[in-house]
Structure formats: structure tokens, C-alpha cells
Design a protein around this ligand. Structure first.
Ligand SMILES: [Ca+2]
Ligand SMILES: [Ca+2]
Length: 270
């Protein structure tokens, strides 16, 4: 109190006025406190709402998806995941694809109602993800969106049905030699028919799976490691022993296979 020690009656009057004022302010504060206490069974105030989760983290709290559809969402907190429920019809091919907003890297997993994993996609055409799945039976499945390394941020999710194309290798091109996961091959590049062990090449064509585990690539009897994939291409690392004669470069998916003749070239000076 800045009037401490003042003794004139005028000031006393003023002081009494302040005391009355303090009384009402105190009563009002008490009312606010009581109101806050009574409202505490609803813990969401505006500061909490701003970080509220937009899609549930469990199968039980999944958001239902309509097909086809697209939506914007976000992983708000570190470790947040979003789970979506989708009714799938037997024999229909579904595609689930993320586009990155402020979220830098997504991972998609398709689960059954018992939390068993049926399909997985980390990187498709960069750091976004795409799952393609054709159920044998009609059932509700659950799609989980995660940020790689618990990243947070916004993303878009698109759901569609599609008709699988014939598995067809149109040509093979040399892949950029950098390790940049975002780099994609120039698909119009001149076709190559031989490469050396250690080279990265891309099979360009149609009908390839968007998921690493959905494609198997062989060069002769050597199974090749898939290094990245995207729309219309699957990139692999060439392995094997140099041969003078061409051998079969084969890609197999759930929907078929195709192969072309390809030669493992001897390393230069080797
Ligand atoms: Ca969530
Ligand atoms: Ca990813």
C-alpha cells in the first residue's frame, strides 16, 4: 500500500474506500476461483485445445475414412500417431498416399483389427509414403500415419481405389549416383542394357508395387537390393559376377512379373 502511514481523515476515507474495493475484488476473485474449480472436470482450456490431437492414436479412436477422399492433418506432439479406419472390399485395390506439409518424413502402416501389420511404406518418391493393398476378404483395416523419428508437422493423406496395371519393364536407366533419398531418376533417360556391380539402376515401367516388400528384383539368380522407388520406377543396386552373356533382369510383384536381358559388365580395369 502506498498510503501506509498517512493519517488524515480524508485519506482514511479513501483507505476505507480501497478496503471496500478490495473486498469486492476479493469476492470476485473467490467467485472466479470457485467457477474454475467447478469447471475443472472439463480440463480443456484454450491453451490445451490448440495442441489437441486431430485424429486418434488407437484403433478404438480411429477416424473413419471415406474412399476416395483426401484430408489434411497434423502430428501435433512428438510421438503422436494418427489412425484411420477404412472399410475395404474384397478384391479392390486401395492406394493410401501421404504428401508432406511441414512434416518432413512419414511412415505408413496398414493394420488389421488385431494390430497385425499387413503393409508398410516409409519412402515413396522421396520421404512421403504410399501403401497399396488388395484385401482377399471385405473387412475394416486401420491405417497408421507416423512421423519418421517422431517428427511432427502437417501432412495430407489421399485414399483412392485403382486398377492394377500390367507389370512391364519399359526400360532400365542409370540412377543418380548421390545418396540423396529425394533424388529421382530422369525417367526419360537413355535406356541401358548393362551396368557394373555397385551401379545403381532404375527399372522404369508400370505395375510396380509402391512398397519395397511388394517388389522382388533378380539379376540372374542374384536378388538385388531396392534402394528407392516412386511413380513408375524401382531403383536397385547391381550385384553379381560379370558375365559375357546377358542374363535376365526380373521384377516380380503380387500382380505379375516381367523381365528383360541385361549384362553385368566387368568393373573398369578388372
Ligand atoms: Ca493422433
Ligand atoms: Ca518416410
Amino acid at each position: 500500500m502506498n498510503d501506509k502511514g498517512v493519517t488524515s481523515s480524508m485519506h482514511r476515507t479513501t483507505r476505507r474506500g480501497k478496503i471496500r474495493h478490495s473486498f469486492w475484488v476479493g469476492l470476485f476473485s473467490l467467485a472466479l476461483l470457485l467457477a474454475a474449480a467447478c469447471g475443472s472436470d472439463d480440463p480443456l482450456d484454450s491453451s490445451v485445445t490448440s495442441t489437441a490431437d486431430d485424429h486418434g492414436n488407437t484403433i478404438a479412436s480411429a477416424t473413419e475414412l471415406t474412399v476416395p477422399s483426401g484430408l489434411s492433418a497434423q502430428l501435433g506432439n512428438t510421438g503422436d500417431v494418427d489412425i484411420f479406419a477404412v472399410e475395404m472390399q474384397a478384391g479392390v485395390s486401395y492406394g493410401f498416399e501421404t504428401s508432406l506439409g511441414t512434416l518432413e518424413d512419414t511412415v505408413l502402416t496398414l493394420l488389421d483389427p488385431f494390430d497385425q501389420e499387413f503393409a508398410f511404406s516409409d519412402n515413396y518418391d522421396g520421404l512421403a509414403s504410399r501403401i497399396e493393398f488388395t484385401p482377399a476378404n471385405s473387412l475394416t483395416m486401420y491405417l497408421k500415419v507416423e512421423g519418421s523419428n517422431s517428427n511432427t508437422g502437417t501432412y495430407e493423406l489421399d485414399v483412392e481405389t485403382f486398377i492394377p496395371q500390367q507389370v512391364l519393364i519399359e526400360r532400365v536407366v542409370i540412377f543418380p549416383t548421390t545418396d540423396d533419398a529425394l533424388e529421382t531418376p530422369s525417367l526419360r533417360r537413355v535406356a541401358i542394357f548393362k551396368a557394373q556391380p555397385g551401379d545403381r539402376i532404375a527399372l522404369v515401367g508400370t505395375g510396380f508395387s509402391s512398397m519395397v516388400q511388394g517388389n522382388t528384383v533378380w539379376l540372374g539368380s542374384q536378388r538385388l537390393v531396392i534402394t528407392s522407388l516412386g511413380p513408375r520406377y524401382v531403383a536397385v543396386l547391381v550385384e553379381g559376377v560379370a558375365t559375357p552373356d546377358p542374363i535376365r533382369l526380373t521384377i516380380e510383384t503380387d500382380f505379375g512379373e516381367d523381365s528383360i536381358e541385361f549384362t553385368i559388365d566387368a568393373p573398369e580395369g578388372g
